[in-house]
Design a binder for this molecule. Structure first.
Ligand SMILES: *Cc1c(COP(=O)(O)O)cnc(C)c1O
Ligand code: SF4
Length: 328
């Protein structure tokens, strides 16, 4: 059976979970990479759909670099921590992170389809935030008690790993809250598992009575395969607004050419660039860091090359701040 005939759940089950298996698939010799120690705390995980966007035989592939555990992760320079943005401190016991006015992150699943090496959530003790029915009830009560919150952001982990039924159930609860006028979904699945975007999923999301915004996460134009583009076009046709956030990553997308191609290809996929994030300084990610001054310079060049709506806002998240800091 070919990969494309498998359901999204089956594809998830067949994701690569070892460096050896992925390297084998990519025609690389896994003995050339020192990945054992880095894999222990945060193992490799990548879908076949994402691996299919990588170039075979190329250690420098910009998508491979996002998921391959390497020894450089073991260094922890000054200034890097396990909770760089203060989310752990801000998360209440039900999985809500209410840091910004009027909107709240709802961490409703702990798993991702792919493990991005630069992710600050690699240090989250998610098991302490298991989502029981009781937790959902407490979260909903919190929202009832805070009528100023007009937007819920499903986050994770990846919220689109929830079943369609679970999503419908949550959305119906949100519909009961009169102040709730926006539902946002932060997800990487349209990029790394485009078959997740089924007709049923789109119908499930359309249960929400007001605006639905989906913020995907794509770092490099090579991630936008034909099936990814088609999945995003289906989402857009259903009236769901699509935005993208990118993390600026050294050796992966820190170039004007790559960033401008990314913006242009996103638009073809019906997605507008939203944020370009400076790296969150999580332990194990220092080798991805692009210096702030270089990042600002890159964005200025991008601004000269592209229409304003194709230039994402360069932002930086500081623990304790009332919003993301906009640098450009
Ligand atoms: C990024 C973030 C949001 C959303 O911020 P926007 O600027 O509205 O995109 C909300 N809550 C938390 C905790 C965040 O980190
Ligand atoms: S939360 Fe997003 S960035 Fe982090 S590992 Fe999951 S998919 Fe990657």
């Amino acid at each position: 059976m070919s990969q494309t005939q498998l359901s999204w759940q089956q594809q998830l089950g067949e994701a690569f979970q070892s460096v050896a298996a992925l390297c084998d698939y990519l025609q690389l010799d896994y003995r050339e990479v020192d990945s054992a120690a880095a894999s222990q705390s945060f193992p490799l995980r990548v879908t076949r759909a994402f691996a299919d966007c990588m170039q075979k035989g190329n250690w420098q592939d910009p998508l491979l670099k996002q998921v391959l555990p390497i020894a450089a992760e073991l260094t922890s320079p000054f200034g890097f921590s396990t909770d760089p943005v203060g989310d752990l401190t801000a998360m209440n016991e039900t999985g809500l992170i209410h840091k910004y006015y009027g909107r709240v992150l709802f961490i409703n699943t702990a798993t991702c389809a792919i493990h991005c090496r630069y992710c600050f959530r690699r240090h989250f003790p998610y098991q302490h935030h298991q989502l029981s029915r009781q937790h959902y009830q407490q979260s909903l009560q919190y929202l009832r008690d805070h009528p100023e919150i007009q937007e819920v952001i499903f986050s994770g982990g990846d919220p689109l790993l929830l079943s369609d039924d679970k999503l419908i159930e949550l959305i119906k609860e949100l519909n009961q809250l009169p102040q709730m006028i926006r539902l946002r979904i932060h997800t990487r699945l349209p990029i790394v598992l485009p078959d997740r975007i089924t007709e049923e999923l789109i119908k499930a999301l359309q249960h929400f009575n007001h605006s639905v915004i989906m913020v995907v996460h794509c770092n490099h134009p090579n991630e936008l395969s034909v099936s990814v583009k088609q999945a995003c076009q289906r989402i857009s046709q259903a009236g769901i607004h699509l935005l993208n956030q990118t993390v600026l990553l050294k050796g992966i997308n820190d170039s004007v050419d790559i960033l401008s191609t990314l913006s242009e290809q996103l638009l073809i996929s019906k997605i507008l660039p939203y944020y370009c994030h400076l790296l969150d300084k999580a332990i194990g990610t220092a080798h991805f860091e692009v210096e702030k001054s270089i990042a600002i310079e890159l964005m200025q060049q991008l601004h000269h090359r592209l229409p304003g709506y194709l230039v994402p806002k360069l932002v930086w998240e500081q623990a304790g701040a009332a919003a993301k800091t906009v640098l450009l």
